[in-house]
Ligand binder design. Structure first.
Ligand code: HEC
Length: 150
């Protein structure tokens, strides 16, 4: 090696920070983080729906139709008496709630129950498309009934 070779050998440029790599790590962390938070927060009911009130008057007709809706759409999982032991319950990944548990149901606001019925939560389906707003509110009332007359 001559002194000329040494002079022409350029110093290696300093390693640039890999911005794309840092960005990807950041994005991955954000995605994984939100999944963890979402799964821990259970239903993830947004705060704004908690205080929603039923805008419909409870009438005997409403209860009647909610009873029929319940038998057709909810009973297979939630059970005829709301105990969460419908014939499909055993095969579900998560056990359906026991609506007769007045304490547990008391922790939920009407707005939360409405949101749960509207949005669903795997394995429970969403009922946004199958029941209109009034039917879903009537169902909130109906489901509450299991805890009051045990
Ligand atoms: C395929 C089975 C299935 C069907 C059908 C179903 N559910 Fe559910 N439901 C579940 C499961 C499972 C849970 C518990 C999910 C969880 O805790 O993440 C649940 C939870 C709920 C809860 C929350 C109770 C609480 O406080 O934790 C409400 C309210 C509810 N269901 C109402 C209904 C109504 C009303 C219908 C019919 C319109 C219905 N569900 C239909 C499976 C079902």
């Amino acid at each position: 090696m001559t002194s000329d070779d040494l002079a022409s050998a350029k110093p290696k440029p300093p390693a640039k920070p890999n911005l794309l790599g840092i960005f990807l790590v950041f994005v991955m962390t954000a995605i994984v983080g939100s999944i963890v938070v979402y799964s821990l927060s259970g239903w993830g009911v947004p705060a704004r729906v908690k205080n929603l009130k039923n805008p419909f008057l409870p009438t005997p007709e409403a209860t009647q139709s909610a009873r029929a809706e319940y038998a057709a759409r909810c009973q297979s999982c939630h059970g005829a008496n709301g105990d969460g032991r419908g014939e499909r319950a055993e095969r579900l990944s998560i056990a359906p709630a026991d609506f007769r548990d007045a304490h547990a149901m008391g922790l939920r606001t009407d707005g939360e129950l409405f949101w749960i019925i509207t949005e669903g939560h795997k394995p429970m389906p969403a009922f946004r498309g199958t029941m209109n707003e009034e039917q879903r509110w009537n169902m909130v009332e109906y489901v509450r009934g299991f805890a009051s007359h045990k």
